[in-house]
Ligand binder design. Structure first.
Ligand SMILES: [Zn+2]
Length: 136
């Protein structure tokens, strides 16, 4: 019978591969901002530690941006959380959607999830201001 394990605990073979990539790759922040063909801009990428669920120091998030399709930027990155001494692999895509983008990532259950990020506060304020002017 298989021993129950923490589903967040990566297999040693994966850890070895992710560490090699971590040492090979450049800090992710050097690849940002990423601008999609529709003009949508992704300003930064934050690596979240799979153990403590806290953002990892940007200098310890390393990886690459690849264009798997003309309108899809794929992030292949690994982060090292110094507090937990744990490496986390990040696999995510940014896909052009109308005038913004959709972030897609695989969940621990193996399913892909997606989300359109919230608009910045200044943009919502501008839209509300314009709407209120129209209603005068
Ligand atoms: Zn951590």
């Amino acid at each position: 019978m298989a021993t129950p394990t923490d589903s967040n605990t990566p297999l040693p073979v994966h850890v070895e591969r992710w560490l090699a990539a971590f040492h090979r790759d450049r800090p992710m922040h050097e690849s940002f901002p990423v601008i999609l063909p529709n003009g949508a801009t992704i300003h930064t990428f934050t690596g979240i530690c799979s153990a403590c669920k806290q953002p990892v120091d940007p200098t310890m998030v390393r990886g690459r941006v690849m264009w798997s399709l003309p309108d899809v930027a794929t992030i292949d990155a690994n982060s090292y959380c110094t507090s937990c001494q744990r490496i986390t692999h990040h696999d995510c895509r940014f896909r052009s959607t109308e005038k913004t983008y959709r972030a897609e990532w695989p969940g621990l259950d193996g399913r892909w999830y997606s989300k359109i990020p919230p608009q910045p506060r200044w943009w919502r304020t501008l839209v509300q201001t314009i709407r209120s002017l129209w209603s005068l």
